[in-house]
Ligand binder design. Structure first.
Ligand SMILES: Nc1ncnc2c1ncn2[C@@H]1O[C@H](COP(=O)(O)OP(=O)(O)O)[C@@H](O)[C@H]1O
Ligand SMILES: [Mg+2]
Length: 395
């Protein structure tokens, strides 16, 4: 019997639409000789849906507005050792069972460990990071704390909390001056450059931080690298065994959301130095990004980046396929780790493809690792028998 893979995507996130695009690519890449594929769409209201219409991206503009126009609402629940997907309406609709969950979600309320927690409760093998990995990967402030404790190089930064920004203004401002302008301010929990502000000088500080605080309670403020080279690497694997992909260089990384994702924005997401055409939305936050695979880097720099990437993967409790983004200050040639994307756009398939791993093979690796992790987790002890509750029996 084939393994049934449930591909989960969407969710209450600013990156909902990007997730639909990434998931659609995977829905078509998964090898049908090996797997039955069940798309599970999470609406913006956090309801689950399935249906064949999900295989065709041209339906999505309507689906996102009104999922029930094309799809069946489903309940997902555990039944003994099985995880079942049951249509809620329509008495004659068939109930299905999924064996592995394949989350392709981006951003808050899904990628941040929320969906991982749900899947862990269902006790089903799944291909992405667990709760801790997902949540550390989402929160830029927490992520940097872990970077610091593992000696992972990053640009100088501090964190502003919304509840005491006005009261603590002087001390925050002093920290900003100490790092020196220009600075970059980022909402701790968003992605795709949403809400990011460049603070050119002291005069703009208060206003820009207030703007940024509209998006999040916590804001990360960091030194802006003016002479910037951005490079990304993907890592696939587990805490025991990991593998690094080719490194890409991206330009136009810092664009606002519309420019990044609207067709015709900038250069249309071209890959140069590689035969791989980047699909629209191919790298979350980078549809309009120009990418070069492989990046033009010395062997030494490549090694340095790979070594840091492995360290990051380990430190952040990562799993599955992640993309780790770096910034190189061209003026000093220093490498800084910027962030991790725990479920990167398009699962970074274009980087693996460059290394000779086609997208279907990448999916195979992720599914087989998920099954291995599940088996090894099942061997761990999560409960033990005790008679402690017997003491509370009515005598
Ligand atoms: N310290 C910095 N100096 C210069 N540019 C930066 C800095 N931090 C971020 N950027 C630019 O902003 C973009 C988005 O920032 P990032 O931290 O990656 O947030 P997001 O989660 O929104 O992708 C980066 O790809 C980069 O182009
Ligand atoms: Mg980024």
């Amino acid at each position: 019997m084939k393994i049934c893979v449930g591909v989960f995507f969407g969710g209450r996130s600013t990156e909902h639409e990007i997730s639909c695009i990434s998931a659609n690519q995977a829905l078509h890449a998964l090898n049908r000789d090996k797997y039955d594929v069940l798309p599970i769409y999470i609406s913006k209201e956090n309801e689950f849906y399935t249906g064949d219409a999900l295989f065709d991206l041209s339906n999505y503009a309507d689906i996102v507005k009104d999922p029930s126009s094309h799809l069946d609402k489903v309940a997902i629940y555990k039944d003994g050792n099985a995880v079942k997907v049951r249509p809620i309406k329509g008495l004659f609709k068939k109930e299905m069972q999924i064996d592995v969950a394949f989350p392709i979600v981006h951003g808050t309320n899904v990628e941040d460990g929320t969906l991982a927690g749900f899947l862990q409760m269902l006790d089903i093998p799944f291909t992405s990071c667990d709760v801790l990995g997902g949540s550390l990967g989402q929160d830029k402030a927490a992520m940097k704390d872990v970077f610091a404790s593992h000696g992972i190089p990053m640009v100088e930064h501090f964190v502003i909390y919304g509840n005491d920004f006005e009261e603590g203004y002087d001390s925050y401002f002093a920290k900003a001056k100490q790092i020196g302008f220009p600075l970059i301010a980022k909402p701790a929990n968003l992605g795709s450059s949403i809400g990011i502000e460049v603070i050119k000088n002291q005069k703009d500080f208060r206003e820009k931080i207030r703007e940024c605080l509209k998006y999040d309670f916590k804001v990360v403020v960091e030194k802006m690298i003016s002479d910037l080279m951005e490079v990304n690497i993907s890592v696939i694997g587990s805490q025991e065994e990991m593998r690094c992909s080719a490194i890409e260089e991206v330009t136009n990384g810092f664009l606002d959301f519309d420019k990044k994702y609207q067709p015709g924005g900038s250069k249309g997401g071209k890959v140069s130095g590689s035969k791989t055409p980047a699909a629209k939305g191919a790298s979350k936050g980078m549809a309009s990004t120009v990418r070069k695979v492989p990046a033009d880097l010395s062997e030494e720099k490549k090694e340095e980046i790979e070594t840091i990437a492995r360290k990051v993967f380990r430190a952040l409790n990562s799993y599955g396929c992640v993309r780790i983004d770096f910034m190189i200050d061209r003026s000093s040639d220093k490498v800084y780790c910027n962030e991790i994307n725990t479920i990167p756009g398009s699962l970074a398939f274009y980087l693996w493809k460059h290394d000779g791993i086609e997208f279907d093979e990448e999916c195979d690796i992720l599914i087989s690792n998920a099954l291995k992790r599940y088996a090894s987790r099942s061997r761990k002890t999560f409960s033990f028998d005790t008679n402690i509750l017997d003491n509370y029996r009515k005598k």
